[in-house]
Ligand binder design. Structure first.
Ligand code: PEP
Ligand code: MG
Length: 316
């Protein structure tokens, strides 16, 4: 019966009263596209381009190789939306030719956008390849930078996109608390935000995402994390711009309802989670999601937040 209910779950993501929340897929490359299409993803909310760079950690892949991979993903979503993240190297994703070997704290060092700003040629090649890959396709391309700390980072990225002649929307990932605290400033430079809740939890709680012993603090139900999500979504709303979530948090159906209640405008996740999130979201109104979000934020722990949201949504 569960399988039947899920296969009946198709169409765009929305609450029971019709508030649309596009459900997008996280992909690592063309190989992940069939599952995303099968799950009814409305597009891609996070294309992690690192995979292309993993074959050879001594140099960047050629422009031609990049164009072919980007085009294969873009072609799969005609008329859809595809959000490509430029290379996020360093820390948990080191690359020899970009990542300094001698940093005491790689997660706090030169990683993500910081590496690309230190290697403008690598960023330029990637943006040019994206621009060429999208040529002639009706797809709605969005390009975002990982690990944006402040307005200056957002501006440097937007400048690089403009210099490459990229015809796309430029965005910033919110993965560092400073970007959430000053989301309105960041939004002066870019057109959308996307919350990377995995790193945002890591940096908010000073809890390494690769260390199991501190996993309690990596729980995306932590009320402090929900506060930062709310702050970012409110800033985007005030600026008339969008604010999605592309971290693991979006794949928890109950949390997806809470994120919707906090004002998040799209949810991106591994394809396998999309049907579950779609059916759960369709059970509740936007007002119920908002009440669940307020109840969760009013608690003092991840566990209490989860129970509080559950209680609201089950009508207790
Ligand atoms: C995140 O940090 O939440 C995110 C989506 O990016 P990644 O997991 O690839 O660092
Ligand atoms: Mg991240």
């Amino acid at each position: 019966a569960r399988k039947a209910a899920l296969s009946a779950s198709t169409g765009p993501g929305a609450t029971s009263d019709g508030h649309k929340v596009p459900l997008l897929a996280n992909v690592g490359g063309p190989g992940d596209v069939p599952a995303a299409v099968e799950a009814g993803a409305e597009g891609v909310g996070l294309f992690r381009t690192e995979f292309l760079f993993l074959d050879d950690s001594t140099q960047a892949p050629s422009e031609e190789k990049q164009i072919a991979a980007y085009r294969a993903v873009l072609e799969a979503f005609p008329e859809g939306r595809v959000v490509v993240r430029v290379l996020d190297a360093g820390a948990d994703k080191p690359l020899d030719f970009l990542t300094p070997a001698d940093e005491p704290n790689p997660a706090l060092g030169v990683r993500g956008l910081r590496s690309l700003l230190d290697h403008p040629d690598v960023l330029r090649t990637q943006l040019t390849a994206l621009s060429k890959a999208a040529e002639g396709l009706p797809v709605y391309l969005e390009v975002m930078a990982p690990m944006v700390a402040d307005r200056a980072d957002a501006k440097a990225f937007a400048d690089a996109c403009r210099a490459a002649g990229l015809n796309a929307k430029f965005g910033a990932m919110v993965e560092i608390p400073s970007a959430a605290l000053r989301a309105r400033s960041v939004l002066q430079e870019v057109e959308f935000l996307s919350l990377g809740t995995n790193d945002l939890a890591q940096y908010t709680f000073a809890a390494d995402r690769q260390v199991g012993a501190v996993s309690r603090l990596q729980d995306p139900w932590q009320p402090a994390l929900l506060d930062l999500v709310a702050m970012s979504a409110e800033a985007a709303k005030a600026e008339g711009k969008s604010c999605g979530v592309c971290g693991e948090a979006a794949s928890d159906p109950l949390l997806a309802c809470v994120l919707t209640g906090l004002g998040v405008t799209s949810l991106s996740m591994g394809a396998a989670s999309i049907p579950y999130v779609r059916t759960t979201l369709a059970k509740y109104t936007l007002a119920q999601c908002e009440r669940a979000a307020s109840a969760a934020r009013a608690t003092e722990s991840a566990e209490e937040a989860r129970l509080a949201a559950q209680a609201v949504l089950s009508g207790e």
